[in-house]
Design a protein. Structure first.
Length: 409
């Protein structure tokens, strides 16, 4: 890539990262609203957790749908629609009076709106305009925008809740969601088809249904789904219930907000590192070490004294691996199948991610209601992280520099 072309991609990447900063920032700070929403509505932790769990699933289920629409009609319309849904869900949540209405606002409108402005749509809008060697870095850079959103929105929401109440904070998020509309304009226009993988097994003329059928028979693709399921379980459990864990340990809500902010800040470094290393090392090994390190971090947390410093260090370690799975996972999907239908194919892996997220958010609430602690959730989280680490090893990833899309492991 020449210097001019390299400079020309930066406005595109910055715009995509800024959109993800808002959509992920709003979505990843919802755990801070659980306690005040429960106090205000009296719906109960299980009911609120279930609504958020539905949101985890809907966010994932919307990925392939919006991805297919973006692949067909362009990303801008999808991003506009998502901004409207996210703002509407935020604006209506303070006025709900029952669990079904809460599921509609938190579980459907907000989740689908954030899904339409998610990573799969944004990386799909940019990947076809980039050469293959720049895509892992682009994925890491855009993903870092979502992490920065968590760093910004977690303390911001906690400050707004403390100063003006949770209703004002939620309405402020609705306004923030609408700010993605002008940001989406540089991404307008349909993406041009990208070159097929070097093996010639897949071509630009391939229909989406044929590509989906081919991917469905690919063992490596299902390994990515399995690992991403665990990632979703882990992330959704923490983002929903970390404030509750902090409260159980007798510490103020500011510790939870600070921990979420640290996770977001550390994940900027983790995403950029994963994106950069994806162009140097084989991506399946990056995924192995990310998942394995999570299991080790949870084990250390369980035996450590529960102080604010423990939570901050735990957040720092987890933050570095938080969503650093995304760049290598997206990179492997593009490496296996090309980028013509990347938004759809990666969107399907995010569906598996969010099925795991549904169980992480929902079972966390059930565990707390049934036992008064999250102990069994931590054990399950640690075990799943180990399984995810090893399930990525059979992926058939070509050695770097071969130019092939498929090769023995």
């Amino acid at each position: 890539m020449n210097a001019h072309a390299s400079r020309s991609i930066w406005p595109l990447l910055i715009t995509a990262a800024a959109i993800l900063m808002i959509t992920m920032g709003v979505r990843q700070s919802l755990g801070l609203f659980v306690s005040p929403l429960n106090t205000s509505s009296g719906l109960g932790i299980v009911a609120i957790s279930f609504a958020l769990a539905v949101g985890q699933f809907v966010w994932g289920a919307s990925q392939p749908i919006f991805g297919a629409l973006a692949d067909r009609y362009g990303s801008t319309r999808v991003l506009y629609f998502g901004a409207f849904l996210l703002a509407l869900g935020c604006a209506l949540t303070p006025f709900v009076s029952g669990q079904w209405m809460l599921m509609l606002t938190l579980g459907v409108l907000m989740a689908a709106g954030a899904g339409a402005g998610s990573f799969s749509i944004l990386i799909g809008a940019t990947a076809a305009r980039l050469p293959p060697e720049r895509r892992p870095f682009a994925a890491g850079f855009i993903n870092a925008g979502g992490s920065f959103g968590q760093f910004v929105f977690a303390p911001l929401n906690q400050a707004l809740i403390g100063a003006f109440g949770w209703v004002s904070a939620m309405l402020a998020m609705a306004v923030a969601a609408l700010a993605t509309i002008p940001l989406a304009r540089p991404l307008r226009g349909r993406r041009t088809p990208a070159a097929a993988p070097a093996s010639g097994a897949r071509t630009d003329e391939m229909k989406l249904r044929d590509q989906l059928r081919l991917a469905g028979r690919d063992r490596s693709y299902w390994c990515l789904h399995a690992g991403f399921f665990t990632c979703g379980f882990h992330v959704a459990f923490l983002v929903t219930h970390l404030p509750g864990e902090v409260q159980l340990c007798g510490m103020p809500a500011t510790v939870a907000a600070t921990s979420l902010a640290i996770i977001g800040l550390a994940n900027i470094a983790g995403s950029l590192t994963a994106g950069t290393l994806g162009g140097i090392y084989r991506m399946k090994w990056l995924l192995f070490w990310v998942y394995f390190s999570r299991a080790v971090a949870i084990a250390i947390y369980l035996v450590a004294p529960k102080t604010s410093l423990t939570f901050y260090l735990f957040a720092l370690v987890l933050g570095f691996t938080w969503l650093s799975t995304v760049p290598p996972t997206a990179g492997l999907v593009g490496k296996l199948f090309g980028v013509r239908y990347l938004a759809t194919l990666f969107g399907l892996t995010l569906l598996s991610h969010q099925i795991g997220g549904f169980f992480g958010a929902w079972l966390g609430g059930l565990a707390l209601e049934g036992s008064g602690s999250y102990a069994w959730m931590w054990y399950a989280d640690m075990l799943l992280a180990l399984v995810a680490a090893f399930v990525n090893l059979p992926i058939r990833e070509a050695p770097l520099g071969t130019g092939l899309s498929r090769a023995p492991a």
